[in-house]
Design a protein. Sequence first.
Length: 448
Amino acid sequence: MKKVVSIIVTLTMILSLAACSGKTQSTETGVGSSAAAGADTAEVKAEDGKKEMGKLVFSGFTGEPTSFQQYAIDKFKEAYPDVEVEYIVTDTGTREQVMKTAISAGDPPAIGAYWGTRINSFYDNGMCLDLKDLIDPEILGKVNSSLMEPCMGENGEVYAIPTDTTYHTVFYNKDMMDQYGFQVPETWDDMTAIFERLKQDDIFGFATNSASMQDCMYGMTYAELEAKVGKGTAWGVANGDVSVAPGSEAGEVIRTCIEQVKKWYEAGYWYPGDGGINCTADDANAAFAQGRCMFIFNYSGALGIHAESCDFEIGAFMKPVSEKGMTSYENVEPNVYFVPSNCTEAQINSAVAFLEIALSEEAQQAVIDGNNIPSVLSYTYQNIPPLLQDIMANLETGNLIAGVNPTRTSSEMQTFVKQQIFAAPCGGTMTIDETLNEMERIRLAAKQ
């Protein structure tokens, strides 16, 4: 498969800062940038009627900017060469608290980067600026409406801007699939039969980043909840409105999904066997690339990683369901930028200018070039890889729903679903009843 070459921009300066909690690293992306972060920085004074521009500080990045994030940053720097640009790197688990601490302390970044379906944790606390009247309406109107939905308030406020999106999917080794004569599995039984046959040749059925992304597999519950409890149940569970306790309708449906995954684990289908419940992203990706498993439960944004590392054709499909005829659903997760509500006017000017650049056709093409899904689908894009086209096409089916992943319930639920929902019952640290009771406890705590 043709390799996808990402744009790699050399960082010209790296500084270590004590930011917010004192643990966050701040990395400079602009030549000659100062070490100061947040609002109390030098501003580019307005001249000849131009707006005053403040230092463009990003927070919420969990690593160096992606190729398309860097592209937009570079375009901003070309347009505003006198404006300093900086980004603050955080861990995935601490990014929310780091940003909230900075905002509460009156030292907000100009732009926060976060998950779209969790952005309510900021705007519910009055921390997001309404961008509706600040972004060019023609530009804003081009953004996919389903991706905008979780970013909007009850009265039409626009609290965040999605620039790209991802959803959990199942990638597979198409060459291996063809070699064995398998068909893409539609049901759990279909998938189990494939796993059984692969095991005969010492090939694992699947891998996943179980160390920190078990919600990749939790998506199995969405179709089951919608079909067996009722429409809107998956969203209700994620919103904390529906009980998941043992004996409840939703809880019992989730139980069947955990039981199915546990059967796969105990049968030795989950790479690398006993260690499957603690497999890191790097280990899972390597196993898939090496042909040690046929499937990998992952997020669609990992396509670029797989395209670079795999020497076979890759396919993707929505998760199988328990019974034929059921519709498979998945959570769609826009990656968004927001502007803290207590930014200075100069910071806001810089942030808005950057956001409009990030939504431009050129910057959205860079998202495509990075093997990711852009938030604007109406542009005329060039050189879209066929598999990415298929992945993007799912946005038009109505089977991708923003906000059904319960990681948005609360930070505690996010950690539990990503790290324990399957690992605990498979590893024997919790029974399934105890797992559901813990999920229910976290749900109730979030509603208080």
